[in-house]
Design a protein. Structure first.
Length: 349
């Protein structure tokens, strides 16, 4: 009886196993033979009703049927899957020979680039790059820098006050010196530079901007002298403008340094011969600096009998203008890409 059923299924299988190019037809066949109520599945569950003598042979025959179906199914499935994939690949091909839309290239912000160059020089000498607030207290911007209220030195920096006489937009990055020393809690060495925005109530013209960037520097340690400052300035400007650039000090006056100096470099345009950029002097003034005033050290928790230091500050725009021959400081704050991306194309392509 059971053998008869096997032969019936076998016959049906022989008829059914014809090539098809339809995955649905193939799947229907799978359900018909191997599904839950499939013909081969049913035969399989018959095994338990077969007498012991016939069990082995019956089992083998059912397995043969299953294998025959499975082989057919696998072969067809692979073939149809492959055909399907090829069809998709064909319809989805991308024509890479089409020309693309041209995307305009950006250029590094020139001011940012100069600041980064300065940072690298000082980082290589063990300095930290630090930040300070742009909205500052009068105490840090002036008083602790030895510029008390009512002092005429305040007039030179026409300041934006925000609240009364106490809160202002910093007019220089020098307050970061004070903040750094207070944080240092009397420990040495202190080596920091601070690039940042500063604000003054100036009328904007080719060389003035009510907002500009300064880079402040401070070093405090034992036995620091003016010659350390000179060496540091030498390194900075040789690295920025080339080894033939020289620096010189001229006496100057700042409330928070004693002695104070202006740092000049040989003119980057005429290399010292004299031209209209250096007003025929051969030199350009680029930095204000000096030895940190004993009062400033003391107010910030450093004993001037024990420690000494130098400080300096300069405008980043002025440096960038000299380096890239930019005539108008307002160029940096102009958002016209045709102008601001024109200075330096070396990073392109
Ligand atoms: N803060 C000064 C200015 O804005 C520049 C300056 C001069 C900074 C001397 C210093 C310094 O640290 O020692 O004009």
């Amino acid at each position: 009886m059971e053998n008869k059923r096997i032969n019936e299924v076998k016959e049906m299988l022989q008829k059914d196993l014809v090539e098809t190019d339809d995955l649905k037809v193939l799947d229907d066949l799978r359900v018909k033979y191997l599904g839950k109520k499939g013909l081969i599945t049913e035969l399989n569950s018959e095994i338990k009703n077969v007498s012991n003598e016939e069990k082995k042979e019956f089992g083998m025959k059912v397995n043969e049927l299953r294998k025959e179906f499975q082989d057919f199914y696998d072969k067809m499935k692979n073939k149809l899957d492959e055909e399907e994939l090829n069809k998709r690949l064909e319809s989805e091909t991308i024509d890479i020979s089409l020309s693309s839309t041209k995307v305009p290239l950006g250029a590094p912000n020139i001011l940012e680039k100069v600041i980064e160059e300065v940072e690298e020089v000082f980082l290589s000498m063990g300095y930290d790059v630090v930040d300070g607030p742009e909205i500052e207290e009068d105490k840090y911007n002036f008083e602790m820098l030895n510029i008390p209220k009512g002092h005429p030195a305040r007039d030179a920096q026409d300041t934006f006050y925000i609240e009364g006489e106490e809160i202002l937009l910093r007019s220089q990055t020098s307050p970061v010196q004070v903040r750094t020393m207070l944080k240092g809690k009397g420990e040495v060495p202190i080596r920091m530079i601070c690039p940042g925005k500063t604000y003054r109530r100036d009328d904007d013209d080719a060389s003035h901007s009510h907002q500009f960037m300064q880079i402040e520097g401070l070093l405090v340690d034992k036995d620091i002298s003016l010659s350390d400052l000179k060496g540091t300035m030498d390194i900075l400007f040789k690295r920025l403008f080339g080894n033939d650039v020289e620096t010189r000090f001229r006496p100057s006056y700042y409330q928070f340094t004693e002695p104070s100096v202006e740092v000049d470099i040989t003119c980057v345009n005429c290399h010292g011969k004299g031209c209209n950029i250096c007003k025929n002097t051969g030199w350009l003034t680029v930095v204000g600096a000096g030895m940190v005033h004993p009062n400033v050290l003391r107010m910030s928790g450093y004993d001037p009998e024990k420690w000494s230091g130098f400080a300096f500050g300069f405008g980043a725009e002025r440096l960038a203008m000299l380096k890239y021959d930019i005539k108008d400081i307002r160029t940096f704050y102009n958002t016209d890409l045709r102008e601001t991306s024109n200075f330096d194309r070396e990073d392109e392509e």
